[in-house]
Design a protein around this ligand. Structure first.
Ligand SMILES: Nc1ncnc2c1ncn2[C@@H]1O[C@H](COP(=O)(O)OP(=O)(O)OP(=O)(O)O)[C@@H](O)[C@H]1O
Ligand SMILES: [Mg+2]
Length: 354
């Protein structure tokens, strides 16, 4: 089964239909490159997948679970934004923007771990509330059982001393359950939840030894993966654009999304910094990440992607292997687009040469 299935996704802004029925799927570990001219709907597609926009119709499923079904929204039956469930669904996807948007007043390692820590804290708060609610219910049930047991005891019409002795025994048994057993069970549940949420860093990397938490240890491991172990304590302003974008990639990975999306990750960078970022993205592929990369870098799409989508005017004009799209394009629009990118690239080359 495909990891991601998108069916007939549609989105309009006013009466401008920007996505006109987008259907594709993506397997785990695959890289999908999305190419197409300006205004064809590439960013809108990524934003719909990441729940930053709500599509008008269609479905989005990850790992067999339907995260979005436009039919449920028809007629305004459901509220569109802000619910906890939307936030949860969003976590299936990560998005790296063109402008990396790091927090300038936090150092690199904090930028990477911050969202993961906030998320863990929120999950822990939720788990605590759940555990407390369950314990309250269990205590209420225990008290009801005790009352029931006492009234049954009364119905037996025992001699007074015997009745009192048995009643006291019942009371002390239930006091033990309510004051000892239920709180102990709650503490166990909370410890399990905490272990689940914070988990084990699982990876080792330079700096991990000084990490104060599993999340921080994981942040160091991710920093190593993007080749910036020596920059943990640097501030974004002290880094090049390419380095900042690599930190942004590590930050997106820190939330462990099923699918990592990139929206023209190199287009804000000087040409000489583009390579290092593309190399990191390429490196993630061997790490089995599933990725969707909107890009103008045709060489990258051709060499790294497993699958290429060419978008034009809100539809998938053509989709297939890089070989199919780049060597044997079928549609006139695809051919024209590739020709133009080729000419533009040559133009850039000439400019650089002069
Ligand atoms: N929030 C919005 N409100 C109104 N129109 C929008 C909005 N976002 C995008 N659009 C319109 O949707 C169309 C597609 O935009 P989109 O940003 O998805 O294109 P794109 O393929 O990413 O282009 P580019 O290559 O320039 O980034 C454009 O006509 C754009 O003006
Ligand atoms: Mg765009």
């Amino acid at each position: 089964m495909a990891l991601l299935e998108v069916k007939d996704l549609r989105k309009s802004f006013g009466n401008n239909e920007v996505l006109k029925g987008i259907t594709f799927d993506l397997n785990r570990g695959e890289v999908l490159a999305v190419i197409g001219s300006s205004g064809s709907g590439k960013t809108t597609l990524l934003r719909c997948l990441n729940f930053l926009e709500t599509a008008d119709s269609g479905t989005i499923s990850v790992d067999g679970e339907t995260l979005f079904d436009g039919a449920e929204y028809a007629g305004g039956k459901k509220s569109r934004r802000g619910s906890a469930s939307v936030r949860e669904k969003r976590l299936h996807f990560g998005l790296v923007f063109q402008q990396f948007n790091l927090f300038p007043h936090y150092n690199v390692i904090t930028n990477i771990k911050l969202a993961a820590e906030l998320l863990a804290a929120e999950k822990l708060r939720q788990a605590k509330a759940d555990v407390a609610r369950r314990a309250r219910t269990e205590k209420a049930e225990a008290r009801a059982e005790l009352r029931e047991a006492i009234s049954l005891l009364k119905a037996q019409k025992l001699p007074k001393t015997e009745f009192t002795a048995q009643k006291e025994k019942l009371k002390s048994d239930y006091r033990h359950i309510i004051d000892e057993e239920i709180p102990a069970r709650a503490a166990d549940r909370l410890a399990d939840a905490e272990a689940r949420i914070y988990g084990d860093a699982g990876e080792t990397a330079p700096g991990v030894a000084e990490a104060k938490s599993p999340i921080e240890a994981r942040a160091y491991a991710l920093l190593e993966r993007v080749g910036l172990s020596d920059k943990a304590k640097a501030y974004p302003g002290e880094l090049s654009g390419g380095q900042q974008q690599r930190v942004a990639i590590a930050r997106a990975l820190a939330l462990a999304p099923d699918i990592l999306c990139f929206d023209e990750p190199t287009s804000a960078l000087d040409p000489e910094l583009t390579g290092e970022v593309l190399k990191v993205i390429k490196g993630l592929k061997s790490g089995d990440s599933t990725m969707i990369v909107v890009t103008h870098e045709m060489e990258f799409a051709r060499n790294v992607a497993d699958k290429v989508i060419f978008m034009a005017d809100g539809v998938i004009e053509e989709m297939g292997s890089p070989y199919r799209i780049f060597e044997e394009p079928q549609s006139e629009k695809t051919k024209a687009f590739l020709q133009k990118s080729h000419d533009d690239a040559l133009g850039e080359g000439e400019k650089l040469a002069n």
